[in-house]
Write a protein that binds this ligand. Structure first.
Ligand SMILES: Cc1ncc(COP(=O)(O)O)c(C=O)c1O
Length: 360
């Protein structure tokens, strides 16, 4: 299920080629967000994150133009805020007052914060090995935390068994988280003067960014704000849990479950994404691909971003950076291409970036 809009009405609202709001949050695109009455918007200032043109990191990798969409600057330090803010605001408008989701960590923290801000209740189901800071943050925001043995798949199964009368905000099982995520496409295009990059690199787990960003670019084209050129979308996963990469290599639309998801980039530990066909369609239609990097590259890539660019990369984004390096080294991405890499969150919930002395 996808949210659809009266595009003629939106075209009229942005007649001058600009969205009427100048809000410094994703709500500057409220005409293309699902909440009808602004009084239901529970905003903590999510979105409108910087798109940083790297000075040294791109050159180090062999790229002329590398930009980082720095999602670590969101209110709870990850891009999950966009989706959870849109979804919780919309469900509030529909009268919902209790929410639950299975999460690797960041989505649970985000849900907990927006539930606190809206006075609704949050129930977070997480794998028991989730780093303690995620658990503590959820509890600080007043959420109930249920720890489950196994991966996010097992956490989701436990949530179904308990069924507490809440609204299920699981990744891609309701339409509004994708709506929030698509604002990354709006921002990237607007920040590039209503053009699109050649390549977008997405550290990928459940696929909301891939699907959302693609939808966002489609809507901008419908509105005539960009032409029909699209970036190639690349999903990057950890070799310890790479069901999307395997499906891409096999050329299938269905993603077979990965036996045991093992990676320290917890947000990428999704052995069986629910929206598999949608994810594979985006990758294939865009002419992009899916590649894996190894967990052993996480720290060196976090350190590379920190040392060369002053940026705080979460482990998931470090995997994205390692994947980008592979794609450049193998000639899949050219020096001249304009590349955007998502830094999907901050390292601080994982306890920060360990110190090191050399760059790989
Ligand atoms: C920091 C981070 N990056 C990337 C992802 C993957 O998200 P998705 O594939 O749903 O866009 C997650 C999901 O938990 C995450 O927490």
């Amino acid at each position: 299920m996808f949210a659809r809009y009266d595009m003629r009405g939106v075209v009229e609202a942005i007649e001058s080629g600009e969205f009427p709001s100048s809000a410094n949050s994703m709500w500057r695109y409220s005409e293309l967000l699902p909440v009808k009455s602004p009084s239901f918007v529970v905003s903590l200032g999510e979105g409108w994150t910087p798109l940083l043109l790297t000075r040294r990191l791109g050159t180090h990798l062999g790229l002329r133009m590398l930009r980082i969409k720095d999602e670590a600057k969101n209110p709870t330090l990850s891009f999950k805020d966009r989706g959870l803010c849109a979804a919780i605001s919309k469900h509030l408008e529909m009268g919902v007052d209790s929410f639950a989701l299975p999460s690797a960590g960041n989505a649970a923290v985000s849900m907990s914060a927006y539930c606190a801000a809206s006075g609704t209740s949050a129930h977070a189901f997480m794998p028991e090995d989730t780093p303690q800071q995620f658990i503590d943050s959820c509890r600080a925001f007043g959420a109930e935390v249920i720890l489950v043995e196994g991966t996010i798949v097992d956490a989701a199964a436990e949530m179904q068994v308990r069924d507490g009368g809440w609204t299920d905000l699981s990744t891609t099982k309701e339409p509004y988280r994708v709506e929030g995520k698509k604002t990354m496409a709006f921002e990237i295009a607007e920040q590039m003067g209503w053009t699109v990059p050649d390549v977008v690199i997405c550290p990928t787990g459940g696929g909301t960014s891939l699907i959302g960003i693609w939808k966002g670019f489609e809507e901008l084209e419908t509105l005539g704000l960009i032409d029909d050129r699209r970036p190639r979308m690349y999903a990057v996963q950890s070799g310890g849990c790479a069901p999307v990469v395997r499906a891409f290599e096999r050329g299938t639309e269905e993603i077979e479950a990965w036996p045991r998801g093992e990676t320290r980039a917890y947000g990428l530990r999704v052995p069986k994404p629910f929206a598999d066909r949608l994810m594979m369609k985006v990758i294939q239609r865009s002419g992009g691909g899916a590649v894996a990097a190894t967990d052993s590259e996480i720290e060196s890539c976090q350190w590379m971003a920190a040392r060369l660019e002053g940026l705080d990369f979460c482990p998931e984004a470090a995997i994205g950076l390692a994947g980008l390096r592979n794609l450049v080294d193998t000639g899949v991405i050219d020096y001249d291409e304009d590349v955007v890499l998502l830094n999907t969150g901050s390292s601080s919930r994982y306890g920060g970036i360990p110190g090191r002395n050399e760059i790989d």
